[in-house]
Design a protein around this ligand. Sequence first.
Ligand SMILES: CC(C)(COP(=O)(O)OP(=O)(O)OC[C@H]1O[C@@H](n2cnc3c(N)ncnc32)[C@H](O)[C@@H]1OP(=O)(O)O)[C@@H](O)C(=O)NCCC(=O)NCCS
Length: 138
Amino acid sequence: MQDADVATVATLEAEVSPAPWSPGIFSDCLRAEYECWVVRADKVFGFAILSLAPGEAHLLNIAIAPDRQGQGFGRKLLRKAANTAKKEGAERIVLEVRPSNLRARGIYERAGFEFLSLREKYYGPPKKEDAFVYTLAL
Ligand SMILES: CC(C)(COP(=O)(O)OP(=O)(O)OC[C@H]1O[C@@H](n2cnc3c(N)ncnc32)[C@H](O)[C@@H]1OP(=O)(O)O)[C@@H](O)C(=O)NCCC(=O)NCCS
């Protein structure tokens, strides 16, 4: 992901997330030098953001445009995140997911992620929702 992709990425995020990140948050992630990837053909239709800390990586966001979902791109991004985190010396990846997001939970579980804990009222506004914390040992 580059600065020039931020507007498209934020538009995509607004289409798929109940509490979308602003363009400024994506710019901050680039400035912070997080691992920020896009999936691109003619135009950008997916992205993922991973922060790396000693021992642990955090998958902060991942999305595929609705008309490209179900074609394996989410799984590929997840594999890239796991490979990068491992190469950089992380022992595990953690992420938060809405309990109601069965589709995302499905791809995480099939990739080997396991439930770690519950974070109460993690999401919101507009609507407060708990998060499941999932982890994958690398
Ligand atoms: C979650 C998300 C990133 C998954 O990306 P994707 O490209 O659609 O996922 P894939 O095509 O790689 O599918 C992965 C698996 O889901 C299955 N799948 C496909 N369509 C599905 C559907 N409609 N419902 C449930 N599972 C489905 C696939 O069969 C595949 O299974 P497999 O790994 O056993 O082969 C995507 O749906 C998305 O952007 N959702 C909105 C944003 C979001 O929720 N992000 C996560 C926040 S925690």
